[in-house]
Design a protein around this ligand. Structure first.
Ligand SMILES: [Cu+2]
Length: 214
């Protein structure tokens, strides 16, 4: 499944609300215990109790916002492509490219179906692109065949420019082949990532100077 796990503090779209909920419950339980004790002691103690309960309420209210953010992140619209993306790269989708180029597979490194449980509990479900590093030549089309090997996990591919701007974005549906040709116009490293599984599912294309004519 593509849901990042609740305890994954590394996930870009991490679900931290579970942790907050546990803290809220702990705080409420503490408040109730305090209430029981203070009831026996009279009015001044009750004022302190009120303060504790208000603080508890404030923490509980603050946890509602991240939960909403989280839901929004999962339903997020595709990122906007930078207006100057074409200066860096031309991206062409084609399912009829001849064989060749680089095949990039999506790899389930640690998932809840197969574990290890401790890893999934610590990092959430972990995926990777394989390979995650590709070298290319400027002005020579780099054909990449993306294979999403997971039967029930969405992935996507965002290509980033030197300032982190999005140069290209597309989805990689479950059990699909998606083929693109990238023709880079500027040398240098270009990061890429699956926006759903961050930060683990990331990589880099290094664009080398134009090949010498021979
Ligand atoms: Cu992914």
């Amino acid at each position: 499944m593509s849901e990042p796990r609740g305890k994954n503090r590394f996930a870009g779209r991490s679900c931290q609300s579970n942790g907050r909920r546990i803290r809220d419950l702990t705080l409420r339980r503490f408040s109730i215990t305090m209430a029981a004790r203070m009831n026996q002691r009279g009015a001044p103690a009750r004022r302190i109790l009120l303060g504790v309960l208000i603080a508890g309420g404030a923490v509980a209210a603050s946890s509602a916002a991240p939960a909403a953010e989280h839901a929004a992140a999962h339903a997020a619209a595709p990122p906007a492509i930078d207006a100057k993306a074409a200066e860096f790269v031309a991206v062409e989708k084609a399912d009829d490219f001849e064989k060749g180029g680089v095949t990039v597979m999506t790899q389930a490194v640690a998932v809840k179906e197969t574990g290890p449980k401790e890893t999934v509990a610590r990092f959430g479900e972990v995926y990777a692109f394989s390979p995650s590093f590709i070298a290319a030549r400027r002005e020579r089309p780099l054909v990449v065949r993306f294979w999403n090997l997971q039967p029930d996990d969405e992935h996507d591919f965002a290509l980033l420019g030197p300032k982190g701007q999005v140069l290209a974005f597309f989805k990689l549906p479950p059990l699909s082949e998606t083929v693109y040709a990238f023709t880079f116009h500027k040398d240098g490293p270009y990061d890429f990532k699956c926006t759903i599984h961050q930060p683990g599912m990331s990589g880099q294309i290094l664009v080398l100077p134009k090949a010498p004519e021979n």
